[in-house]
Design a protein around this ligand. Sequence first.
Ligand code: PLP
Length: 413
Amino acid sequence: MLNLDFHPTGRHFLQIPGPSPVPDRILRAMSLPTIDHRGPEFGALGLKVLAGVREIFKTRHPVIIYPASGTGAWEAALANTLSPGDHVVMYETGHFATLWSKMATRLGISSEFLAWKGSDEHLPNAPSWRRGVQADLIEERLRKDPEHRIKAVCVVHNETSTGVTSNIAAVRKAIDAARHPALLMVDTISGLASADFRHDEWGVDVTVSGSQKGLMLPPGISFNAISPRALEAMKSAKLPRAFWAWDEIVEMNESGYWPYTPNTNLLYGLSEALDMILGERLDNVFARHERWAAGVRAAVNAWGLPIQCADASVYSPVLTGVITPPGVDADALRRLIYERFDLSLGTGLGKLKGRMFRMGHLGDSNDLTLVAMVAGVEMGLKLAGVKLAGSGVQATMDHFASHAASVALQRAA
Ligand code: PLP
């Protein structure tokens, strides 16, 4: 039985791809006393965070902040823009794309699931779970819809279950090439503030995201960034919505308030996270994640194990999935690593259960944390009897030592 009174010494290594470790600075900010959410101080906080998140999504348009997990923001995106029986095209990149499609069906939307149908030697039952969205398949499908029955195209930007970051600009191009008016909805729950994302420039109509990944906050708030076209679609959309309805929230947000009680202390945390991320500058944040991801992939390549993402052009900067050799249960390996080294890794989800594990390299981390993660995994693989081609730890150290960070650590003189 789990003994909740037992706390191992040192810090737990929370290396799942979100929730990611929360920096002390953010934890301290959240420990301030809760204030009156209708008082003057709150309005100033509200206006600050609403302006800051627009910079993170790279949009000039409204961003809604919900006191809910990412799943709530998925529902909000669909419920505000669509009507019962509407047809949407979704794309099977992995477990989260599958869940979003199932949700659409539950809400009474007709969801068509596109997938890449090629063959894959390691995962023959899930070939499209090793690749990004193929924009040409979307274009082909939209061209076969001259009556414009398809109301939206929904894709996952950073598929957290696989470690694949799809090219959203290419999806927008495909929709435009087919001259189709479908809305583009994108889930970047695990991509935001780690992987480059441009809501306005890429012509995204609704972007869905959450707090517990690149923003380095605990779970509990989520977002919808909304284009003017999506706001227009809302006016004729007939799916029932009340809590998720954008109109009242957008109106109240103009003065920094919400129509209900917002998540005050998480908003303190968000304010602090915005100071940290925008202070570092987004381009530096993205470069930091790309560099970490390359260092972790160097380890997997040195071990001689397959990376879940089979296309190097869409490797995720947020996490790396590793396929375990036949006969090695990835969950048993994760359990062993957790029990022996106090290191949590992401489990294989849905079709990938037991076949792979996920290493998170996002948010409040650094080179040595990641070297330690790789060391924990390498020790675990050896204990599980996996024959490794070489040392991943050495490969990661070599990568970090030979690729200086684009921004040196700043130390006071
Ligand atoms: N979409 C993606 C890509 C995710 O990674 C997650 C959660 O990890 C979700 C959706 C669901 O979000 P939540 O668990 O916060 O409801």
